[in-house]
Design a protein around this ligand. Sequence first.
Ligand code: ADP
Length: 170
Amino acid sequence: MTRSNPLVAIYPGSFDPVTLGHEDIARRALRFADRVVVAVARAATQAKRPFFSLSERLEMLEEVFGDEDRIECDSFEGLLVDYARARDIRFVIRGLRAVSDFEYEFQMAQMNRELYSDFETIFLVPNVDYSFLSASLVREVAVLGGDVSPFISPSVLRRFEEKLGAEGVG
Ligand code: ADP
């Protein structure tokens, strides 16, 4: 079978902040996708304020993926399927860590298919080193003064240092 159109996939998330686990998943997706759009969700439904602002999260993604011209970073508001449909993107990448991710991810994949029948969800499993890594855990450890340098790229570490003061994050 030959494919004439480039395969474009979207990798959505809150990326608060982008971790090495996210990075691993996005780069893995490039093994079969021609281009990946890493998209920060401006979740209007999120009750809690994010730790990093939307523009900070987007800037960090651009720094982390600056070396890869097949990755585009963007943000979207509202439903993922509306954004994807408007750009004619038919594949969404999600990362699966432990079993705990499964139920939510499964429900979301089914719901997205209800909303956009041509939309396929592709689950990727990260490198085992990142299987237990979440952005929320990284934030928690950083705020409490732990070393998060094994889990995030140096540019993200600098952002934490700027926000929290230099002590305790690296
Ligand atoms: P987090 O769950 O870390 O706060 P997001 O909400 O931004 O991150 O997650 C976006 C997507 O990336 C989700 O599909 C999530 O399962 C996936 N993901 C997050 N961290 C990892 C990781 N360490 N390994 C694999 N997938 C991950």
